[in-house]
Design a protein around this ligand. Structure first.
Ligand SMILES: Cc1ncc(COP(=O)(O)O)c(C=O)c1O
Length: 416
């Protein structure tokens, strides 16, 4: 069966945050900019998943759900997609990755204790640590400005590990797009074990890995490290608005502690819609996902090739997974600064509190909304924007053309 990822669907009427003009403005200053920011895709779900949702909607009674087979459905998926053999008892179903991580941080660490987070980071990780008044121990990835590759800084990790109780890792990594092999994860788990660190590994993008994904859960068990792994159908099948996740524990005590805490807070149950979509996706979504992965890789290659040929000032750091990637804009920063000096009204921080210099530049000069690099960890990432190419190729092509025009405008106007 052929799945259609090319048709452009109007999302402006469906409560989509990505397409909401007020929110777009807050990210880039221009409410009419086309959205290539927040991490959801512009593709309809697989037919079977849409049917399951339609059947439920038509049934028109939305009482409390009970789905006995949820954990088994997830185990079957993990086996099918990742050759990961899990026992049902290792899995807890909960209401999303972020609230699971927040509960785990609250439960497994105390106020003031150190938590290592690699930077750049998916910003909510930083907020979880700060909101719960733990100490943020930043672990910046190394960045090679020649090859435009990020990598892990092992010496820095060793230096931080003694001060830390926990590490919040992300694999595949958002936003660098790094995927981690068995050897790397083994080394990570060994450091964690040696320093008695609990790893929380966010693997929400794992199913979207373009190569074989190595699950930290497996590696941690091999090494004897303590790890908690968060997986979810939300990114994989484009159902992120229906919060649902599966959390895996190497430690049975931690698992029962988590279940107990969820039940104390009355947040054990996933919603009827979320559960229905998750089960339908895991049971029927693999062929859709396989085609999606091909489509995403073509989009990513197109972005990389177009920028390399036509806009060499911008470098796309092609990710090894998923539908989001950093664009290194270092070479245009001076010109963007000149534009800001000449037109401060376009770069009004109050109009776009969720943005930065570059997202305002692309918002105002290209009509494109990207996440600004600063969102992922502050000024150190101000030379980057994150581009979401999980959208029909025609949209990506149009965006690339607008990026080229905006950069040409900068060069023509400010380069003397
Ligand atoms: C790395 C990562 N973790 C978690 C989330 C959000 O997960 P959830 O909606 O299940 O809380 C996202 C969404 O973009 C993400 O990229």
């Amino acid at each position: 069966m052929h799945y259609d990822f090319d048709t452009v669907v109007d999302r402006t009427t469906s409560l989509s945050v990505k397409w909401n003009k007020d929110v777009i403005k807050s990210v880039c200053g221009n409410p009419d900019a086309e959205p290539f920011w927040v991490a959801d895709m512009d593709f309809p779900v697989a037919g079977e998943v849409a049917h399951a949702a339609r059947d439920l909607a038509q049934h028109a009674i939305f009482g409390y759900p009970h789905a006995e087979n949820q954990r088994q459905v997830f185990c079957n998926w993990a086996k099918m997609r990742h050759q990961l053999t899990l026992a049902e008892q290792e899995v807890v179903i909960s209401q999303g990755v972020l609230n699971s991580i927040a509960v785990l941080v609250e439960q497994l660490t105390r106020t003031g204790e150190g938590i290592i987070v690699p930077l750049p980071a998916y910003q909510p990780f930083l907020r979880i640590v700060r909101n719960l008044e733990r100490e943020l121990l930043s672990w910046p990835l190394l960045y090679d400005e020649e090859s435009h590759r990020f990598s892990l800084d092992w010496a820095k990790l060793e230096a931080l590990a003694d001060k830390a109780k926990m590490l919040i890792f992300c694999s595949p990594h958002n936003p660098s797009g790094l995927v981690f092999d068995h050897e790397t994860l083994t080394r990570l788990c060994k450091v964690a074990k040696e320093h008695d660190l609990t790893i929380i590994c966010d693997e929400i993008h794992a199913d979207l890995n373009f190569t074989d994904h190595v699950c930290l859960h497996t590696v941690a068990k091999e090494v004897g490290a303590t790890a908690i792994t968060c997986m979810a159908p939300s990114k994989t099948f484009n159902i992120a608005g229906e919060h649902y996740s599966a959390t895996l524990f190497t430690d049975a005590g931690m698992r029962s502690g988590f279940v107990h805490r969820l039940s104390q807070l009355f947040i054990t149950e996933t919603s009827t819609f979320a559960t229905t979509l998750a089960i339908a996706s895991y049971e029927h979504g693999l062929p859709w996902l396989q085609q999606l992965l091909g489509y995403l890789q073509k989009n990513a290659s197109m972005v990389e090739a177009f920028l390399a040929e036509r806009v060499p000032q911008l470098v796309f750091i092609k990710p090894g997974a998923s539908f989001i990637g950093f664009v290194d804009c270092s070479k245009i920063m001076d010109l963007v600064e000149k534009d800001r000096a000449a037109h401060p009204e376009l770069y009004d921080e109050k109009a776009s509190p969720g943005g930065g210099l570059l997202s305002r530049f692309f918002g105002q000069r290209a009509g494109l909304a990207f996440n600004d690099g600063t969102w992922f960890g502050g000024d150190a990432y101000q030379n980057f924007v994150r581009l979401n190419y999980g959208t029909p190729t025609s949209n990506v092509q149009r965006a690339l053309g607008k990026m080229e025009e905006a950069v040409n405008f900068l060069v023509a106007t400010y380069e003397s």
